[in-house]
Design a binder for this molecule. Structure first.
Ligand SMILES: Cc1cc2nc3c(=O)[nH]c(=O)nc-3n(C[C@H](O)[C@H](O)[C@H](O)COP(=O)(O)OP(=O)(O)OC[C@H]3O[C@@H](n4cnc5c(N)ncnc54)[C@H](O)[C@@H]3O)c2cc1C
Ligand code: FES
Length: 1281
């Protein structure tokens, strides 16, 4: 079981909870997040973790086997959680439908290392459970009997499902019988007493009432999904009355401790049993529950908890309030019933319920004839996300008329509490349900649902507009129902195109259909030669069974200490004092470590502009000032919180805009100029100027930064177990801080649960601190950052501002480009200068270029490498002006793009000649495989027929340069040991972070040595086996380490040659045995040929380029800004793939990570530089439902690459940018929406295209009723950094 967030937001910790229900006489299984589950609530309960269902030593469970063998696990940190969601589903339902599977995965987010969970779904087929990729056959139009004219064989299969063991439900572990016996017995009140918390579990209502009267401040905990500080907990889960469900004359009464899952079951049954007019409210509850958290939360969270938490963005409270649901409260004084109305919530998270009172039950009423009810919610992500605005809306008409008798509109997200739009409702009462009412309602609501422009949560215009959009949806929904019932004849005046307003997105659900296409290995390739074959990731089975060891899984050392960081709460300030006196009194406290404890140099960082510990000044929130060491994690956390720091605040620079105003830039401004820009503009027919902003991105590797430092006790030796992509810099920086030579420090990396560039340099900031602490205490020290700390301190992808001026001809041909790129580097240089101008052309030939790349120095945590390394930002801005100039020319964007694409032999703006330019092939194949032109017509038709839902499509190319642009980094090392039994221990300079590097290296060594892959093993990456390794980054690791492995193997083979010749019929083992006397133990390096000079614009920054094209289609909801990714087709050139399964996984993973970057993930900072988004609760990465419903990936055939090992190409980063096709498809759809509002000009859309940006761009009557406040007249809650 893994810990990914600790707040119920990622599902990595999913376990199965089983309990016996004595009332239903049934064993119930459900998933839960272990990170939130109170240990005391496990009494009488069985817990099954991923380790409990199977393992590689005996037998994997079919669920584990399938996810491993079908390439569903790459970094593997999320895999145990996904396995447990699947396992639990199968325990309850061995024959699930696709919808059941999709629902089961709602609460599991996956690390986009290339993980393909969306593709690896389970289905029931012919009595065996099998896992299938949703596409297994060739998509391409078959010409001459083959996809490529029969020249090469293609395959669509990445695994052999006949190998899978069938699921046998009778073989599952049994529920412990003693728990059943105990559950059947009369329960007794339980009390658990901990160091600081007391937990009492009463069994009767009277016990509960007595306890609450005795301890009025005690918290009642059921699901514990609203974690908070609690000293005294009363758990009512065993009390029958609080779990009871009763149908009364007026509605359904549900016990307050009933879980949301059980509420859902009750509502579903009622909806199927009762006449529809009675269940309008129940259907609204179901609609809200559908998008309420994930199953792990719904399985444990109670309806009473949702009400009593009194969250202003609760999903159920607006429904309960608009429906006038009744709450029964009980205390020693007796019972009382209150209605959920405007008086119930008295303030932020406050209600009229008295401290000694308990919410016993809630009665949700039946609806009446002539009564209609709807609920709506808009969140940043459709699945498993809290609402931005949510609402419940009810109207009751006078008998047989369309005259409003009663109306209630309740909103969440518009005030510190759930509120009723009382004034609006009053005005609408008695009115006819017609257009005039709609207009008046919107006018009234826009006044009543007002928000201060500084309101917490931000998105003020969007939230205001949503209140009107929701009402409009409600209005039309009711109108349709009235019309159906014959009460209103009004519908006629509404165009049919309006009626899809309340429909869900009209896309099909995932179906069993083709999705991958790859080239098979040539005929005659030896069976044991695995190069080019879809070899399963070598750790996949261990990852699926939970056996794979990550840094924090290393067993504890004796006397080990835990470290918690103490970081700055100010973005820019002088440190006046640090007071640790209170921390020292926390039990288990050992010491505080700070700058004065650094035995070597406190100066660190790639550009020597950082400190191990801040000394006098802090330059960002999250700046490390010190660290607390204690005997346990819990104690060190508590002690760290007790450290008091006094600051004198200095003015921070937070945004790019502020940095430009103050000219706060890092030195070394990069420029690339080509041709004559001035002349180019003079010759152009049109000139376009504009600006685009791209937000940053959090790496969100599922495994956070982690280090375990073990001092060896002699001569300053230290062993560091680290989750890092960069063993060399980790070693160098730690040695520097310790004041010892590098030869005393060994860094060891087994595997990482994702990296994405975030562990290329930023891991060193933690490791150096942990090393200093271990040095000071002489004891092993461990620290794994909590998710919030990790997000706060470790930086991410650089936010970018691009300013451009582009000159072009009437036919769309680009003549001249002037661009300035500003990136927000944060408080240190780190790798920011590498994030520059080399990808500003994307794939287009621009004859005249003048460009400048400036890194802004701000008071944010240092931004750093991130998959694509500035390439996606640079290319995105190119696509921005490209799509705008196509509009300006009135030409289809795909034509203008194709016109400007490079040709073979062209030179780029950095004067590198393009050789082996396969992009045009990718383009044509993608255009044809996606049926682009035919679908475009269908989209036009759809858009004509739908006013409030629009579809859009775009096709986007990418050209991605492969190499470190710092030439000497393009080196690697490998060490091959062959043992006397013939087994091979392989070590190389690259680290495994899920991308399958070790698997590919084993394939390379296997072919080079001519031995089966099963004989080769990689244990870890370590600085004492392969020294001076380049970071595993820039997509080149398979290239450079592959060459090193190849060279090392060749050296061994050369030495074996005479032995082989003298015994040609001998086996590998025979030769090795004979060679033993020769002592074979070798290492070798491979260095490709690159090097570029910015000043002279000369040389070759890249060894070669990877190419790809994607076509995406989306549908947007113009009223809410929501969107659905309908279909994506990708054609990618990965050379001759070393391992198509891993490469396709990388393409899919990079694409989905790009979807996050360009449409979803938004880091939000206060104007003072304080990061709000510190966990999955507020920061949303793509979930399973965001993967395009149809997702087709094909690898370009017949494109060997002479520049890398076995003709392969790099794949980690290049496909990420292809997700820009989703962004521009969204923009295309918005164009269509704006056209309906009479707007045809180009418009600005910054990235990410969140629901807020989409909605605000779909200008219409509703947005116009919610105008923005004048900038500068207020202080916003958050700023664009
Ligand atoms: C990852 C995640 C996602 C979430 N997503 C959503 C979402 O989409 N929509 C949404 O609305 N909420 C969401 N929530 C919030 C939360 O899940 C709900 O509010 C949930 O219903 C709370 O129930 P619980 O049983 O866990 O409450 P607990 O945490 O057990 O208790 C919450 C509070 O209610 C009080 N309380 C509980 N029962 C009673 C009672 N009978 N009488 C008096 N006081 C009582 C407790 O004292 C405590 O203060 C999410 C939470 C998490 C962690
Ligand atoms: S660690 Fe429990 S949900 Fe993320």
């Amino acid at each position: 079981t893994k810990l990914g967030c600790g707040e119920g937001g990622c599902g990595a910790c999913t376990v199965m909870i089983s309990k016996y229900d004595p009332f239903r006489k049934k064993i119930l299984h459900h998933t839960a997040n272990a990170c939130l589950f109170p240990i005391c609530a496990l009494h009488h309960v069985a817990v099954t973790t991923v380790e409990g269902i199977g393992n590689t030593k005996s037998r994997l469970h079919p669920a584990q086997e399938r996810i491993a063998k079908s390439h569903g696990s790459q970094c593997g940190f999320c895999t145990p959680g996904i396995v447990m969601s699947m396992y639990t589903l199968l325990r309850n339902n061995p024959e699930p439908h696709m919808e059941d599977i999709e629902d089961a995965f709602q609460g599991n987010i996956h690390s986009p290392a290339g993980v393909q969970p969306g593709r690896t779904v389970f289905c029931k087929s012919c009595n065996v459970l099998m896992l299938f990729r949703m596409a297994e056959v060739c998509l391409f139009p078959l010409q001459n009997g083959g996809c490529c004219g029969g020249k090469t064989m293609t395959s669509s299969s990445l695994f052999n499902s006949s190998e899978f063991q069938p699921l046998d439900p009778t073989q599952e572990p049994i529920f412990p019988p003693e728990l059943m016996t105990q559950s059947n017995k009369q329960q007794k009140q339980m009390c658990f007493k901990g160091e600081r918390v007391m937990w009492i579990q009463p069994t009767t209502l009277s016990e509960l009432v007595a306890l609450k009267s005795q301890y009025p401040n005690a918290k009642l905990v059921v699901g514990n999904t609203e974690v908070g500080k609690r000293k005294m907990i009363i758990a009512p889960a065993w009390i029958p009355e609080m779990n009871a469900v009763q149908h009364t004359e007026t509605g359904v009464t549900i016990g307050a401790a009933c879980t949301l899952k059980s509420v859902e079951e009750v509502m579903r049954k009622a909806v199927s049993d009762l006449p529809p007019y009675k269940t309008e409210i129940f259907q609204a509850v179901l609609e809200q529950l559908r998008w309420f958290a994930g199953p792990q939360i719904r399985n444990v969270a109670a309806i009473g908890g949702n009400i009593m938490t009194a969250s202003p963005i609760s999903d159920l409270n607006p429904v309960l309030m608009a429906s006038g649901s009744k709450l029964t409260l009980v205390s020693k004084e007796g019972r009382r019933t209150v209605t959920m109305d405007e008086k119930f919530f008295t303030g932020y998270r406050k209600t009229i319920v008295k401290p000694e009172e308990i919410l016993l039950s809630v009665e949700i009423p039946y609806s009446k004839k002539g009564e209609y009810f709807s609920a709506f919610k808009q969140a940043s992500r459709r699945e498993d996300d809290i609402a931005i605005v949510t609402c419940g809306m009810r109207v009751l008409f006078k008998d047989g008329t369309s005259q409003v008798e009663e109306i209630k509109l309740s909103y969440g997200g518009m005030a510190p509490t759930t509120i009723l739009a009382l004034k609006t409702c009053k005005e609408l009462t008695g009115r006819g349900w017609n257009d005039k009412l709609l207009q008046d309602a919107c006018r009234l609501l826009s006044g009543e649902m007002d928000l201060s422009p500084s309101a917490p949560g931000g998105m003020v215009d969007f939230r205001r507009t949503l209140t009107l959009s929701f009402f409009f949806k409600f209005y039309l929904t009711v109108l349709q129902k009235l019309s159906k019932s014959g009460t209103a004849s009004q519908l006629g005046i509404y165009l049919l195109s309006y009626l899809s307003v309340s429909n869900p997105f009209s896309s099909a659900s995932r179906v069993d259909q083709p999705c991958v296409l790859l080239q098979e290995v040539p005929k005659g390739q030896a069976v044991e030669d695995m190069v080019g074959r879809p070899l399963v990731h070598v750790s996949a089975s261990k990852q699926a069974s939970g056996e794979a060891v990550y840094c924090d899984d290393i067993p504890h050392y004796e006397n080990e200490l835990y470290l918690t960081l103490v970081t700055s709460t100010k973005a820019h300030a002088k440190i006046l004092s640090v007071d640790t006196s209170e921390a020292q009194s926390v039990p288990g406290f050992v010491c505080f470590v700070s700058a004065k404890d650094v035995p070597g140099s406190n100066v660190t960082g790639i550009a020597n502009d950082e400190t191990v510990f801040a000394k006098d000044v802090v330059t960002c929130v999250g700046h490390i000032i010190g660290a607390v060491l204690a005997d346990t994690q819990e104690h060190s956390r508590r002690a760290a919180k007790a450290v008091k720091i006094k600051y004198e605040e200095l003015k921070p620079i937070v945004t790019i805009q502020e940095a430009i105003e103050k000219q706060s830039f890092f030195k070394d401004i990069k420029r690339i100029n080509k041709g004559d820009v001035k002349k180019g503009f003079e010759e152009s027919d049109h000139i376009l100027e504009g600006e685009m902003y791209l937000g940053g991105q959090e790496h969100f590797y599922l495994e956070t930064h982690c280090t375990l430092a073990v001092p060896k006790g002699e001569d300053g030796e230290m062993e560091l177990f680290v989750s890092t992509q960069n063993p060399m810099k980790t070693q160098e920086f730690a040695a520097n801080a310790l004041g010892v030579p590098s030869n005393r420090v060994v860094v060891r990396v087994k595997r990482m649960g994702g990296g994405f560039g975030g562990k290329e340099t930023r891991s060193t900031i933690l490791t150096s601190v942990v090393a200093v602490a271990a040095f000071k205490t002489g004891r092993a020290v461990r620290c794994m950052l909590d998710r919030d700390e990790d997000m706060l301190i470790s930086g991410g992808r650089h936010p970018f501002l691009g300013r451009y001026k582009v000159g072009f001809m009437k036919n769309g041909r680009v003549k001249s480009l002037e661009v300035s790129y500003y990136s927000n580097g944060g408080n240190s240089v780190d790798l920011s200068h590498g994030v520059t101008l080399l990808h500003l052309d994307n794939s287009y030939n621009i004859p005249n270029v003048s460009s400048v790349g400036i890194v802004c120095k701000t008071n944010l945590p240092s931004n750093t490498a991130f998959r694509g390394f500035g390439g996606p930002q640079g290319m995105m801005i190119a696509e921005c002006w490209m799509s705008d100039l196509a509009r300006k020319c009135g030409l289809p964007p795909e034509e203008v793009r194709k016109l400007n694409l490079y040709h073979e032999g062209d030179t780029t703006h950095f004067n590198q000649k393009l050789e082996g330019f396969t992009l045009r092939r990718c383009w044509d194949e993608c255009l044809s495989s996606s049926s682009y032109h035919a679908r475009k017509k269908l989209i036009e038709e759809f858009n004509k027929q739908n006013r409030w839902k629009k579809r859009g499509m775009s096709i986007i190319p990418t050209k991605f340069g492969i190499s470190f642009t710092v030439p000497f980094l393009n080196q690697a090392g490998a060490l091959v040991h062959v043992y006397t039994d013939g087994s091979v221990l392989l070590t190389h300079g690259g680290t495994e972070m899920g991308q399958g590097l070790h698997t590919k290296m084993i394939q390379v060594a296997s072919r080079a040595l001519g031995v089966p892959t099963s004989k080769i093993y990689i244990s870890e990456t370590s600085t004492n086996t392969v020294p001076n390794t380049s970071p595993t980054a820039a997509s080149v690791s398979a290239d450079i380490n592959g060459m090193a492995v190849y060279n090392a193997c060749q050296t061994i083979l050369k030495r074996l040659e005479p032995i082989k010749q003298s015994n040609p019929k001998g086996s590998w083992e025979d030769w090795i045995k004979t060679a033993y006397e020769s002592c074979v133990s070798l290492s070798a390096t491979g260095i490709p040929d690159v090097g570029y000079n910015f000043e002279k614009n000369e040389g070759k920054p890249f060894s070669y380029f990877s190419y790809g094209v994607a076509c995406s289609e989306v549908e947007i909801d113009c009223l809410t800004g929501d969107h659905k990714n309908i279909r994506t087709d990708i054609v990618m050139d990965v050379g001759t793939s070393l391992n198509p399964a891993i490469d396709i996984g990388q393409i899919e993973g990079a694409f989905v990570q790009g979807i996050g970057l360009f449409t979803m993930e938004e880091l939000r900072y206060s104007p003072e530089g304080n990061l709000y988004t510190r966990g999955p609760g507020m920061y949303k990465i793509p979930a399973f439902g965001d993967i395009p419903t149809e997702f087709y990936v094909s690898l370009l055939r017949d494109c060997p690459n002479s520049k890398a090992v076995y003709s392969s190409k790099a794949v980690g980063e290049p496909p990420l940018f292809l997700s820009a096709s989703v962004f521009y498809a969204i923009k295309d759809a918005i164009y269509s929406a704006r056209k309906d509002s009479g707007l045809t000009e180009a418009f600005r859309l910054d990235s990410p295209a969140t629901p807020e940006r989409i909605r605000n761009a779909c200008v219409d009557i509703f947005t116009k009723m919610c105008p923005s406040a004048e900038p500068g007249t207020f202080k916003p809650w958050c700023v664009r950094v």
